[in-house]
Design a protein around this ligand. Sequence first.
Ligand code: AP5
Length: 214
Amino acid sequence: MRLIFLGAPGAGKGTLASTIGKEIGLPQLSTGDLFRDAVKNGTELGLRVKGIMEKGELVPDELTVALVRERLGRADTAQGYILDGFPRTIPQAEALASFQRIDGVVNFQCGDEVVVRRLSGRRICRSCGAIYHVENMPPRREGICDRCGGELYIRDDDRIDSIRNRLRVYQAQTEPLIGYYRGRGLLHDIDAEQTVEKSLAQLRKVLKKLRKAG
Ligand code: AP5
């Protein structure tokens, strides 16, 4: 199954993609993670995108599409995948449609204030990428990952000025994709303001429907 997770920053796409991906055996392809790896490794791509990401702006479409195209050419995507954070603009969606057929788009509905609270409390494991929240999903020991004992850190773009800008960018450039995919009969809304368990239950129903239709 080829899926897209669409939604505002902090709506919970990464959290649910990681859990459901393991459950149904599909790789989670997060463009944000791919860019952050490039920054961490100091590659040419990383140097180009570092400042853009810190401000909460979008990386240019041609760089992003080339990265995704290369990633989707790898063997682990043969049975399907979850695209987490891509596409984020209409030109990215059109480029994707020119080389991939998508089965469904899950739209994570979540209001701005919830997003701000989630992102300002987010902590991520430097070693395994596990996602926590200081109030909603705290680790057992402060600053330490439950899964692997790695150090938890705060993303550079999870500062309040950057969060507000990411929300503006989302509304201007990504929200139009809701109409784009709804018009193509591919969109499935889930209420992402609920607990993780409730959102997951709703997501499982969407996937069941997609399996029946396919
Ligand atoms: P990216 O990494 O994709 O960031 P994002 O879309 O802003 O999304 P986030 O990772 O911030 O949020 P999420 O929805 O995954 O939420 P999470 O599950 O972590 O992109 C970063 C940057 O890379 C972009 O700004 C851009 O510069 C660049 N980029 C990436 N893709 C691009 C593209 N296609 N084109 C151009 N540029 C691109 O959850 C958030 C917090 O909430 C966590 O703490 C979690 O524990 C908590 N939480 C989650 N769900 C719940 C729940 N149900 N209840 C309570 N708490 C919850």
